[in-house]
Design a binder for this molecule. Sequence first.
Ligand code: NAD
Ligand code: UDP
Ligand code: UDP
Length: 338
Amino acid sequence: VARKIPRGGVVSSAAARRLPVGVRKRSLRVVVTGGAGFVGSHLVDKLLARGDSVIVVDNFFTGRKDNLAHHLDNPRFELIRHDVVEPILLEVDQIYHLACPASPVHYKFNPIKTIKTNVMGTLNMLGLAKRVGARFLLTSTSEVYGDPLEHPQKESYWGHVNPIGVRSCYDEGKRTAETLTMDYHRGAGVEVRIARIFNTYGPRMCLDDGRVVSNFVAQALRKQPMTVYGDGKQTRSFQYVSDLVDGLVTLMESDHIGPFNLGNPGEFTMLELAQVVKETIDPGASVEFKPNTADDPHMRKPDISKAKSLLNWEPKVSLKQGLPRMVSDFQKRIMDEN
Ligand code: NAD
Ligand code: UDP
Ligand code: UDP
């Protein structure tokens, strides 16, 4: 049935790319799955600002209509409530596939749903890309490296992942999504891109999504102690969302498949992060130690030399610069709650 659907006069991504940048005759039609979420909504802002037509496909599990409210009157914007686990027919030039809960609290809430989203959802979007000749970008994750035995992590590292643990629905799910992506590229000629995203923060994160930056910022603003899991010596590298979005678009437009690490190499222990949040929000903020979760990676830091040399991309916003921009958004939303 799918193959009988006409192309509907869409300029294919191949046709669009034959025109030099800047002289495209018409705007691209782009799908962003998961576009109502944190990263997706910032990506939609950028694509609409450059003149593309954007369709968001989202089931609103962790995304919010509020994140896109400012585009609802834009004739180049469409919002579809749809679960990517089910097939969908659309006519588009590019697919940014983000749909998947990203916070460990959310992805562990219903692990079977998470792995279905990663496997069946990615399969459907690749099937769609194949049918209409669209270019497909997968937002994979640094979690494919698991609890890494190599530090910092390069794209050539195969990872150290527990296949039967509580995080496996997400990290093994994303590894399978990467496999599907490469198999559709090699086997069906689909043009693909793979980004491995490292911890990213910024405005519009869910206030209570359980990730460390959103937790610490919301806790400090609410005058609650910041919850440090374990001894707080585990490390992460935090990227501001505008840097990520620039990287995703640069990758999509490039001639490179990847995978590419997209992250900020600035590495912090959770105790150091708590200190930066304290200096930014409230010098009186305190910390409280809680037991850590299972299979928590001890350290994580991207080696971004591949993205630097092939995409000419690197992050510009440091944690100390990015955090205040997120704090003002959280402050407003916490005040609205009260
Ligand atoms: P998010 O939870 O804010 O956004 C995910 C979006 O996907 C939400 O709008 C949600 O409603 C939607 N979604 C989930 N399951 C769906 C389904 N079955 N069908 C349709 N929509 C569905 O997360 P985010 O931080 O914006 O992450 C976006 C993508 O980037 C995810 O694929 C995530 O794995 C990846 N990523 C993010 C980070 C990060 O630090 N933010 C790090 C690594 C990878
Ligand atoms: N699919 C989709 N939209 C499309 C084309 C395909 O959702 O426009 C789904 C399709 O239902 C299938 C998956 O993508 O579940 C993989 O499609 P493909 O054509 O590669 O495989 P097949 O349908 O032959 O199993
Ligand atoms: N963490 C923490 N306090 C919190 C939430 C998380 O100390 O309130 C720790 C968590 O144990 C992990 C790190 O912060 O070591 C990053 O966790 P997050 O859930 O943000 O992302 P992950 O990198 O694990 O996907």
